[in-house]
Write a protein that binds this ligand. Sequence first.
Ligand code: HMG
Ligand code: MG
Length: 305
Amino acid sequence: MTFKAARPITKQVKVVEVGPRDGLQNESGPMLGAAIKSTLINQLAAAGLTHIEAAAFVHPRWVPQMANSAEVMQLITRHNHVSYSALTPNMQGLERALEAGVDEVAVFGAASESFSQQNTNCSIAEALTRFEPVAKAALDAGIKVRGYVSVVVDCPYEGVVSPSAVAQVAEQLIQMGCYEVSLGDTIGSATPARMLDMLNAVSQNIPVSQLAGHCHNTYGQALANVLCMLEAGVTTFDSSVAGLGGCPYAKGASGNLATEDLVYMLHGLGIHTGIQLDRLARVGQSISDLLGRPNGSHVGQAMTF
Ligand code: HMG
Ligand code: MG
């Protein structure tokens, strides 16, 4: 008997490396220097990553680790084939990001009211209203805009999140001009069936080609969730080198799926990413050493011990 995936799996996947932002934003202790961050970003580009979330122009009181984002952008050795993006929660963030010369920005909303308040100090509706001029001004400046929806399955404050709430926020992000919406399992509690229920709701009105998966790995489900989203036709996934990070407003959330683990699985499925896994594994080990913590990637550990 031959077993086949429900849908033929794609031959190419876009990997969005979010370690320098989603990973490093969560570091406690003194702010990491811009030279360390820009070196990491340069090494990721050298390993073949072409989409790197490099910075966040948020309030430094809310996320102190991102306070030197402008300096980081300045120190990066830029490559034309690499897109360096940043989070921009409002017009002030966008102005700072444009000044710093980012290639792309991302606005970030949530599917639960409590998470929206904790993360951006406003309701879901207020956040979306704030994003509209941000998206318009970015597009007018020739900058692409990505949208995030956080807590797409569970919220750390409210529990289960309804798929229709996620679909509504995602649709509004697309309507305001986001070319893609990244669906964040912020606390990493999703399992494949729940992820697919959510994806079914969101993809009623948005083509899967405009959706991305952003899986944190708190419960070790991230790769399983990626695989089921891949089979459903999603071809863009966010991940973080060495599994760095978490979310400062989601207690207990661990880092994103490690990029090394994602790439190892994708390559094993015959999917092209353009990423050199051995180089990436060395980058993951060196940033883990520098931060003085165990490497959060299984593949990284296996390849670099
Ligand atoms: P607020 O306090 O409501 O802002 O924060 P405000 O508009 O009332 O302004 C208050 C002060 O902030 C003013 O300064 C502004 O100038 C300043 P003051 O007069 O007090 O000196 N301000 C800023 N400064 C620098 N940059 C800015 C900026 N905006 C205002 N952009 C705000 C609202 C959204 C700014 C705040 O809540 C914030 O910065 N939140 C960011 C939180 C964050 O970065 N969270 C982590 C990223 S999201 C995430 O990790 C999830 C994701 O990975 C997906 C997933 O996993 O689910 C994307
Ligand atoms: Mg995240």
